[in-house]
Design a binder for this molecule. Sequence first.
Ligand SMILES: [Zn+2]
Length: 154
Amino acid sequence: MPNEPNRRDVLIGAASIAFGDIAEMKVGSITAHLRFTETSTRFGGLRLWMLCPQCSRRCRVLFIGFGKVACRRCFRLRYQSQSLDQMDRALHAMGKMARQIDPEAEMDLPDKPPGMHWSKYNRLPERYERQSNIWTIATMRRLGIVLPRLRRRA
Ligand SMILES: [Zn+2]
């Protein structure tokens, strides 16, 4: 039986939103119209994606800054003339991990393929998350966003 995509599990920055086919998102003075799409997974389920408002690529996470909402790649392309060492290293590491699972993956970590052992797969999301956090924090700094103090997990 195909799985229903989890429609509440899409993150935009730190906030999740509920949506239909097109969702309007307002953050301060920025309004973005988000479209969504689904792809089939190899297990017969569905995977939900957002389409980047700038480039229409499928993505799991969108970022807000410089008066727009866009995917990782768009922010990177737009601002690559600045010094992006830390961001680039994190992106590079993320792409490498994603391609260990699916050679055609770009940035987003794919689901575990049927042939891969959990012991191998399980190591990746944690490492991926760490790089993703490095990227996000470096980006937020660059965008001039003041980070709240992170709460420790109990
Ligand atoms: Zn984009």
